[in-house]
Write a new protein. Structure first.
Length: 736
């Protein structure tokens, strides 16, 4: 016979006192639902049932609800209410036990609801099996508006085996549990350990002690209760933290159990399980069924928590799982939205956007970059005004081969930010915005799928840049399908995204923008007129000036422009001077052109570019596939028209041929020379420039930043799928 089995043998329920114990803390609405469900339960025939509520809120926030329930109560023989002011779940449960002896104590949580036959099933199993404790199942009720993986995965369920099956202490808890009274009032009575009253685990610890003394626990599958999953727990990050805590608690308790394996043995077994289960679940993950993969990955924090609990046992008691005393602190923590923006580098034209996002009220904005600068850029950009994290990254220089609109090779940097997952877990973002469709966004997508954090992808493409093979297109479609919203960059980007099966409702337009304020400041300088005059005298004293701005690489169409320029009529070439502003591998080719109408100036600081644009009569942008072409914005802001390649991502949005600029295809060998010559012979270039300046004024950095804010807002709202207007308003307050 087990030590804690009641001495009267098979129970006679006519002499049976049952005490239902409830510890509660500031959950009035959930408590109201539980009390309502109590009104419909069946009472074991001949038994007497008492209900003890111990409020852990020193202000007694549950008093009115319990009082109202007590006045209308027809179920319990007695309803008592008391306050245990020290915030400690173990002390609160002990207070319910210490209020008086009983044959059985039933523990229920304040966020649960019970069915009619719940109590009779628990008591019946207790009497029939002679067990010392009985555990019923808890079914987590996940809102239909939450992500589907939450409900499919059963992450919040606490199942039990077939009724009468013996249960080990590792599967014990106090939610939906009946414990024989001798455990608390017998010769070697026990109590919940107050040292674990803030960390959690005091219930598992109590049952481990009972089991070591010979107690026997069984299951009762018919005693079902339901637990509502609150919004703040409906995230993978909460599950991750909970499993880490469970790992710490398990090691703290296991250290007292002589038959347990060594902690390192346990950690290794969990690691093997992660790999095996992760591989097994990958096929379902790839089709959007991520729950099995998420479950497999949760063994990682379980193992890490176990190692932590083994190496530093006192850390178990320092971990706080229950409550934050200071309501102002809670409000301050919840009142800021953590936004992670992932990109390759901080460029001078992006830094102002990041500053604007960082200044968004109630945002905790952090930028994660792969590198400080690219090998072919000479930028020196300050990160002042926003928090920037340099992620551990492998950077590989490789050759990219393009076949359309022409064949050319170009050296680029491939970034693999292997430290990004770790950095994100440290920051714990609530929204992710990831730039481009490479390794960075693959990692961001995995993080989003593992944690449930909504993902926004910033994926601007031109028609040309989107044509890079079926394999890459399949990957892009898969990534874009995982994003809540996709931020494009104008007409061509939307066209490409639609061809990759991104629905219109998910696409937000964010046309590129130059830094108006910086250019306006440069144009207001007292020396600007002298700078313009100097540029004209030094480069085209008796000619019209055409400039090309950008890196001197094959992508920019340098070859095609040079070839076309050489075929112009002598008259036109005598009237114009073509100056390339920039550096790159094609610079020697320009210097060797041996043509007095062509020159290369080299790199120009950003602050001096406004004077160059103002000095020029025409800006030429001959690109073979830029995803936008910010130099067109800059030139237009200065009132200089652009002869723009139709292969530039901006051409559909910023160029109205013959009205505010001119369009050309430098890859069209039959017609490009004629089109170039016609452009250089036009007499209305200044009028086109004024029209371009007016149109460019609408493309502002504030609008670009606002597009990202809107994407974050919509992604957050979608992640809750209409959970409630109150939360929707909260999200908006975080963003604006």
């Amino acid at each position: 016979m087990n030590y804690y089995r009641n001495k009267i043998g098979i129970m006679d329920t006519s002499r049976f006192l049952i005490v239902v114990c409830l510890a509660t803390y500031k959950r009035q609405e959930l408590l109201r639902r539980l009390l309502e469900s109590f009104n419909h339960i069946d009472i074991p025939e001949g038994s007497r049932v008492e209900f003890r509520v111990v409020d852990n809120d020193e202000d007694g926030s549950a008093r009115d609800l319990v009082t109202a329930f007590s006045e209308k109560n027809v179920v319990f023989g007695d309803v008592s209410y008391s306050i245990q002011p020290v915030q400690n779940i173990a002390l609160t449960r002990n207070a319910a036990i210490d209020a008086g002896i009983a044959d059985a104590f039933v523990f229920i949580d304040d966020d649960e609801e019970v069915g009619e036959g719940w109590l009779t099933a628990l008591v019946g199993t207790f009497c029939e099996t002679g067990a010392d404790a009985v555990f019923g199942p808890v079914i987590g009720r996940v809102s239909a508006n939450f992500p589907k993986w939450l409900s499919r995965g059963g992450f919040y369920d606490k199942p039990v085996p077939v009724t009468g099956t013996e249960v080990d202490w590792k599967e014990t808890r106090t939610s939906n549990t009946l414990v024989g009274g001798l455990a608390f009032y017998g010769p070697d009575s026990v109590r919940f350990d107050p040292k674990m009253g803030r960390s959690g685990g005091s219930d598992s610890h109590l049952f481990s002690v009972l089991q070591l003394r010979g107690a026997r626990f069984v299951s009762c599958r018919e005693a079902v209760v339901w637990e509502d999953v609150p919004l703040d727990r409906a995230r993978y990050r909460w599950l991750w933290n909970r499993w880490f805590r469970n790992g710490m608690i398990y090691e703290r308790i296991a250290a007292q159990c002589p038959e347990e394996r060594h902690p390192l043995n346990r950690a290794m077994r969990r690691g093997v399980a992660v790999i095996a289960c992760g591989i097994k679940s990958l096929p379902r993950l790839l089709v959007g069924r991520s729950e099995d993969f998420r479950k497999a990955m949760l063994r990682i924090p379980l193992a890490l928590g176990g190692i932590r609990g083994w190496m530093k046992p006192t850390q178990v008691f320092n971990h706080v799982a229950y409550g934050v005393d200071d309501e102002e602190t809670k409000e301050e923590v919840s009142d800021r939205l953590r936004v992670a923006f992932l990109t390759n580098i901080v460029s001078p034209y992006r830094a102002p956007v990041f500053k604007r996002l960082a200044s968004t009220p109630k945002w905790d904005f952090k930028l994660f970059v792969d590198a400080e600068k690219e090998f072919d850029r000479k930028w020196d950009v300050s990160n002042e005004g926003f928090d920037c994290v340099k992620t551990k990254t492998w950077s590989i220089r490789r050759i990219v081969r393009s076949t359309i609109p022409i064949r050319f090779n170009q050296e680029i940097t491939l970034h693999i930010p292997y430290g990004l997952i770790r950095d994100l877990y440290r920051f714990k973002p609530e929204v992710l915005i990831s730039h481009e469709l490479g390794f960075r966004t693959i990692i961001a997508t995995i993080y989003s799928m593992m944690t449930g954090v909504p993902l926004v992808i910033w994926a601007y493409q031109s028609r040309i840049s989107a044509s890079q093979g079926q394999g890459r297109n399949w990957l892009r479609k898969w990534l874009l399908g995982r994003a809540r919203y996709v931020v494009g960059m104008g007409t061509q980007a939307r066209e490409v995204l639609r061809s990759w099966d991104v629905p219109n409702r998910k696409i937000l337009d964010a046309p590129n923008a130059a830094n108006h304020e910086a250019f306006e400041t440069c144009l207001r300088k007292s020396t600007i007129a002298e700078e313009i005059r100097s540029i004209r005298l030094d480069n085209a004293p008796e000619r019209k000036l055409a400039i090309v701005v950008g890196r001197l690489v094959p992508l920019k169409g340098v070859d095609q422009l040079l070839e076309s320029w050489k075929q112009l009529s002598d008259q036109v070439r005598s009237e114009w001077k073509l100056v390339f502003i920039g550096d790159g591998p094609l610079k020697p080719m320009i210097e060797e052109a041996d043509d007095p109408s062509i020159d290369v100036f080299g790199h120009v600081d950003t602050d001096s570019m406004a004077a160059w644009y103002m000095a020029a009569d025409l800006h030429i942008f001959p690109t073979c596939g830029d995803v936008w072409g910010l130099v067109v914005n800059e030139s237009s802001l200065c009132g200089t028209p652009t002869l723009c390649s139709i292969h530039a991502g901006c051409s559909d949005d910023m160029i109205r041929d013959g009205e505010n600029g001119l369009a050309i295809d430098f890859t069209d060998e039959e017609n490009r020379v004629a089109h170039l010559e016609n452009a250089l012979r036009r007499e209305d270039l200044s009028e086109l420039g004024r029209e371009a300046q007016t149109d460019a004024a609408t493309y502002r950095l504030s609008g670009l930043a606002e597009s990202f804010r809107s994407a974050a807002l919509l992604a957050m709202e979608d992640s809750f799928n209409g959970v409630g207007e109150s939360r929707s308003r909260t999200v908006k307050s975080l963003l604006y």
